[in-house]
Design a protein around this ligand. Structure first.
Ligand SMILES: C[S@@+](CC[C@H](N)C(=O)[O-])C[C@H]1O[C@@H](n2cnc3c(N)ncnc32)[C@H](O)[C@@H]1O
Length: 228
């Protein structure tokens, strides 16, 4: 093959992404910063991906779930963990102006952008697999654990429980498929995760719409023995 043909083939492969290896990351901060900066989740509306757009089914479900549990369980404070780019949460906060809100995310640049865009709300950088957030009545965790390796799922839920929150609401897909491990710590990777089946086997929840599921955090105390 001539040099010209070799170059042409290599350029074409590059353009088509053929043979391109997904980028592996040593740690979660690097991985999710890469996702944020590279707009890996490909949504023109939200850096947090298509599941965070205002007209998506998951946002509609989240707004219904939050409205229901804050009134039934008299929830006054919410830790949104992870908050992402806050594309839809202001809808809930405007309807519930008395809620004491704080948004946490692992990506520094995302938290800095949120502070600039929403000066009325509190935000903090935090890696839930390593740190314990401040106590809130409810920890609301939409679309996090599906992106984490199993060992990080245990650590994240353990830190939610350690925070002393009364309730934790976490995305848990009731798909009738067994849980699988994430292939590896690769940029935007995800898979459905059902916390009510093996290896998690979480107990009967207080609220469950097949996507967002809420437990009293004291009912999840057993995760403390499973987390690294
Ligand atoms: C798909 S987005 C969901 C954001 C938001 N919950 C929503 O529904 O719009 C997932 C977010 O999780 C954040 N994240 C990933 N690992 C985290 C960790 N260990 N601690 C805190 N945030 C994390 C990412 O930076 C990203 O913003």
């Amino acid at each position: 093959m001539t040099l010209f043909l070799k170059r042409l083939r290599s350029r074409t492969r590059k353009l088509l992404g053929i043979g391109k290896r997904p980028k592996r990351h040593r740690d979660l901060k690097a991985r999710f910063t890469h996702v944020y900066r590279g707009k890996t989740w490909k949504s023109s509306e939200s850096a947090s991906g298509p599941g965070s757009t205002r007209d998506s089914g998951s946002v509609r479900q989240a707004l219904i779930a939050l409205a229901q549990v804050v009134s039934v369980y008299d929830i006054q404070s919410v830790a949104d963990l992870p908050c992402g780019d806050l594309n839809w949460m202001p809808t809930f906060l405007k309807q519930n102006p008395k809620i004491d809100y704080i948004g946490y995310d692992i990506v520094d640049a995302l938290i800095a952008a949120n502070r600039r865009a929403f000066p009325g709300y509190a935000f903090r950088v935090l890696d839930i697999t390593r740190e314990i957030p401040a106590r809130a009545d409810l920890i609301f965790s939409k679309d996090l654990v599906n992106h984490l390796l199993e060992r990080d799922v245990w650590s994240a839920v353990a830190n939610m429980v350690r925070s002393g929150a009364d309730y934790v609401m976490i995305t848990s897909n009731s798909d009738p498929v067994p849980n699988i491990e994430l292939p590896e710590n690769v940029a935007g990777s995800s898979r459905p995760l059902n916390l009510q089946i093996s290896p998690y086997d979480f107990p009967t929840p207080l609220y469950d719409d097949g996507y967002l599921v809420m437990w009293r955090s004291q009912d999840l105390a057993f995760v403390l023995d499973r987390a690294a």
